[in-house]
Design a protein around this ligand. Sequence first.
Ligand SMILES: O=C([O-])CC(=O)C(=O)O
Ligand SMILES: [Mg+2]
Length: 193
Amino acid sequence: MHDYPPPGALPVATVSDAMDRFGVAAGIRPLWSGAVLSGPAFTVWTRPGDNKGLHAAFESIRRGEVLVVNGGGDETRALIGELVVQKAKALKIGGIVLDGAARDVTELAGLGVPVFARAITPAGPWKTGPFRTGGPIAVGGVPVMPGDWVLGDDDGVAVVPFGQVDEVVETTRRLIEGEAERRAANQRLVPRV
Ligand SMILES: O=C([O-])CC(=O)C(=O)O
Ligand SMILES: [Mg+2]
């Protein structure tokens, strides 16, 4: 498994800047403040509102991998809740990113597993399929292949193609240095009289 920078090490916004400001999953947000994730994608495509494929993924996902789910952007049924996230915690996966909805959000914050989703709804999922695991998908309009670097923080989620990770990390570090200079310059500003 590729070693990616640890969760929270690099700001998602700056990593996106390093990809010409692309690579961000539109409309996908953290479900609790302070959630950070970073790791290789384990992909699932599921019928909107159905979480059979997520349970199938838990049969083979590895420690540190991020479960990334294309649920068709459906906001009407939660694909996960407390019980699914308990499984994720026990298996020590890197987190969950859903182009779909979640529920039991009070409990999710307590579990500490970083979860990012498009919506929250109390309505539960169907459990009949169909689904596919391990193929190319998209979340929030961004393509995701298994093994791509997925990262999330309070700003949202970005996806870095596997082959571009080293270059994007290097560019991000350079941008962070540039931002530090601009921050220092901002602090030298004084009011005009
Ligand atoms: O019922 C479900 O599959 C979703 C849910 O609320 C849970 O995982 O706790
Ligand atoms: Mg529940």
